[in-house]
Design a protein around this ligand. Structure first.
Ligand SMILES: [Zn+2]
Length: 203
């Protein structure tokens, strides 16, 4: 058994799997859980009972939090957004999800953003303990789903997503340049070179 915190953002084994009509990319260690949720959702009547829409359901996304400095939980593939059109993020809870649908996820150790104190994120289910999840992943136990190669992460990303990923690195480089003063020779500053190589590791 692994913990979500054993992984670095964006550097996780990924699988593509179905969730009803939706096709989502998640951490390999979460696929079995998603398949169990899907099976129980189908047993309850599937789309006829609560439709999962392909157009506004997704999971893995290598990005920072919106307007924040930390990485989004979606960068670990351990958070799933379901039907965001009718389950928006906001200061009060707005959701069309039946209780039983939320319970399917709770039973599998996923926290629900609709239960958060403060701002609500009704679309959002998360394995992270600080979001109400159990933090548990199961890797290498017949996880299922289609493997996704590491290079594909960047192929899948939109230009805007890649820009969002690069921007904090650009900001850091700009700060470094400012700190050492414009016009000085970079090569003479070993600390700067070290910092730059650490930044490049993150690209
Ligand atoms: Zn989310």
């Amino acid at each position: 058994m692994k913990k979500v915190t054993d992984y670095r953002p964006c550097r996780v084994p990924l699988r593509r799997t179905s969730l009803g009509d939706a096709s989502i990319v998640v951490h390999a260690g979460a696929v079995a859980s998603i398949k169990r949720i899907e099976a129980r959702w189908l047993a309850r009547g599937g789309n006829a009972a609560y439709a999962i829409r392909r157009a506004d359901t997704g999971a893995f996304n290598c990005r920072r939090t919106v307007g924040g400095t930390s990485m989004s939980k979606h960068a670990w593939g351990c958070a799933v957004d379901v039907n965001w059109g009718t389950n928006p993020f906001g200061s009060r809870l707005v959701t069309d999800m039946p209780r039983w649908f939320v319970q399917l996820w709770r039973d599998e150790g996923w926290g629900w953003g609709g239960n958060w104190r403060g701002k609500k994120d009704a679309m959002h289910f998360s394995k992270f303990e600080n979001e109400g999840g159990d933090g548990k992943l199961y890797v290498g136990e017949g996880v299922g789903g289609e493997p996704i190669e590491e290079e594909d992460w960047f192929d899948m990303a939109t230009k805007a997503e890649l820009e969002a990923l690069l921007q904090p690195i650009r900001d850091d480089i700009a700060q470094l340049k400012k700190a050492i003063g414009v016009g000085q020779d970079f090569a003479q500053h070993t600390n700067v070179l070290k910092a730059l190589s650490q930044l490049l590791d993150r690209v």
